[in-house]
Design a binder for this molecule. Sequence first.
Ligand SMILES: [Zn+2]
Length: 439
Amino acid sequence: MDAYTYIKKSDENLRNAIHKAYGKKCFYCGEKINMNQLEVDHIIPICVTTKPTTTEMEDYFNELEEKNFIKDCIANYLPACSHCNKQKGNQYLAVGNLRYYHEQTIRHTNKVLKLMEKFRYAKEDPKKEREFEALSRGKDYIQKKTISETPHDCVYAYGLGAVRVNAFLPMKLKGELACLILFKQNGLIDCNLSLDEIDIKTYFFEGYKTGVTTSRNYIWYIDSDVFAIKLPNNRFSSDFETAEQLSIIFDDLYDEYYKRKDVLLNTVGATYFEEVDKGEFLLLSLPKNIWLGMVDFAQKHDHFIGDSEWDIFKPLSLVDNDHIMIYKNHLDNTKADVLAELYVKDMSRSYVDVVWKAGYTSHFRDMEGFDNKSKWKADYTHGWILNEFIPYLIYLNAPDDRNFLQRIYKRKLSLEEFKAGFDYRKFGIFSRSLNEPDD
Ligand SMILES: [Zn+2]
């Protein structure tokens, strides 16, 4: 049974279902009506094969005929109060109106059918009604959008009738977006397509807000009213309703995903850095010799042994010169709180990119503790390297540069004075923060 299957408008289950599916209101004036007042109105009052009055109307009727449209079917029924029904009488409406009304009935068809089934069960056996509801709960294609969050996951659910999507939104930087798509369409009804983040971005986020067009990667081609859907390992023909609902739901999921992503980025201070890998952000580009100077310094400032404010690094072997781990300074030798981690992606180049990864401690969860004490945010780490770490290194290790400034000041400079006059750009260091103007 579908929108165009023959059914008499006096059918009791149908009347009940239409009443409920359209919110117990007259579709035309919006007035609340009870079951006794309900009149099921034929949108097109007589058989479509008879006397169209304009060519536009004729075209529309031909269109309907191709869909095997008949007078007595769900696609042609709307709930009306007796006043509106009488006023409408037997006259034709403008084609624009007809098209709109028919779109509405098609949109409501799944709901009407489902309610009819429910009422049929209820009549047969009241106990069965509850059973049916339990069974269909997992496959309710109409579902108000919900986002429910537990400490372990964040589930997004949204269904418009032909399609329902259940998605898992990421709760941490390394978390992945994933989703399950359920189709009401015959032949796909028991087929749950599961997609990972790359697939979702490729097939659905590309072409965001472009409507039902082939700018969307999931729409392979459109041939009049056939919408060819292309998904990873799946190709099938579908209708406008399915294609449109996919676009509406995934545009909405796009918004929700990036809204959440912004919150996560903000929590770790990474809003203005390029994410080069999941949860890893590009902070700086600098000459390799400066990076090697940083590694060398880190190797001499073991957080387990030293007691100066600079003894905050994990001791590293010489081979491991592409990583710097910044620890909390612990003289009790028992804790290992990592404030942040830095690494260089490609050590073979003379200019290297320095990437930030979140630190970790035993007493905070992944997204907690970014207060720049327990864990360092990306922007804080970035500022610390440029304004503290590198100036200090150069102050200690590059007497030429220090002397240059000292000549200008005509006396020996303190570290604080040196830092105040320090400009990292003169050393070929580039900030990769997207928040700063490039020069
Ligand atoms: Zn009315």
